[in-house]
Design a protein. Structure first.
Length: 282
């Protein structure tokens, strides 16, 4: 197995493994690389749904995503990305095409305990475009001006699915109404690495608790500008057979949303539960 850092501080590539036959020691190396580099790509895999789920479960339990209309019909823990992009009328479904491309974000901020990780498996990749951008939330925290960090210490962001925008068509109207805003501290300590990071998602945030609306909006804007730090980024260029996992506790990501819409860009996607944490053999 070879592990190679591809990006700046984050984003590692793993080659020379078959995740179907990976032993515990091999898995521990991948898991540790993932904690160190926040985003890890295992290249060249050839998996069916059961095999993808079995490998994903090694990172923790799986959580079914709230978007029911993009669930795999036979494997509800799998969300289908890019599938059924054209409606019966032949029109491009922009919600599917642009999913994840609205802005840098972290998955599951609308949950009381957000997903620990998201993992994608690439089934089909377009001839150009369709990258995924990543940025380190540790670096974002480290780079905050002292004044801002002091002002926001102990403050909470309030999040809901869809954030300040109109309800997303990915949720039914009922499911959307049932969603209660949740609170997360803006700065958090990673439960496995002990490192501090910025926890923020401009796509799902409603407000910063305890600030007047104008100040809350201004802080949201400022954090949006500061969440992606130069020198701590990784752009993933997909190949078919890639498995990419990212850590939602310490990184941000965004789909480029720019590939030729008439081409296929298909993934299976799973969300990993926050707890219990994985215990690795020594
Ligand atoms: O399709 C991608 O590149 C990433 C989409 C995304 O944001 C996600 O799956 O959480
Ligand atoms: Fe996402």
């Amino acid at each position: 197995m070879e592990i190679r850092l591809l990006g700046e501080k984050i984003g590692a590539e793993i080659t020379g493994v078959d995740v179907r036959t990976l032993d515990d020691a091999g898995f521990a190396r991948i898991y540790r690389a993932w904690l160190d580099y926040n985003v890890v790509c295992v290249r060249g895999q050839s998996l069916d749904e059961e095999q993808f789920l079995a490998y994903s479960r090694r990172f923790g339990g799986l959580q079914t995503h709230p978007s029911k209309n993009t669930r795999h019909p036979d494997f509800p823990e799998i969300t289908l990305l890019g599938h059924d992009k054209f409606g019966a009328d032949g029109k491009l479904n922009v919600t599917i095409y642009r999913r994840g491309s609205l802005g840098f974000h972290t998955d599951g901020a609308y949950n009381p305990e957000p997903f620990k990780a998201t993992q994608l498996y690439a089934l089909a990749i377009p001839s150009r475009g369709g990258d995924t951008y990543f940025a380190s939330a540790y670096a974002a925290y480290d780079a905050l001006p002292d004044e801002l960090r002091t002002r926001l210490e102990g403050r909470y962001g309030v999040y809901v699915y869809g954030g300040r925008r109109a309800p997303s068509p990915l949720l039914s109207a009922e499911d959307h109404k049932a969603k209660k805003p949740v609170f997360h501290p803006l700065f958090r300590t990673h439960p496995e690495t002990g490192r501090r990071s910025l926890y923020f998602d401009p796509v799902k945030i409603l407000r910063i608790e305890g600030l007047e609306p104008a100040e809350s909006d201004a802080v949201i804007e400022e954090l949006t500008d500061r969440m992606v730090v130069e020198g701590a980024r990784y752009t993933h260029k997909w190949a078919r057979g890639d498995i990419v996992i990212w850590d939602n506790r310490c990184s941000f990501h965004k789909a480029a949303g720019d590939y030729p819409p008439e081409e296929d860009r298909l993934h299976w996607r799973v969300s990993i539960r926050p707890y219990p944490l994985v215990q690795l053999a020594a």
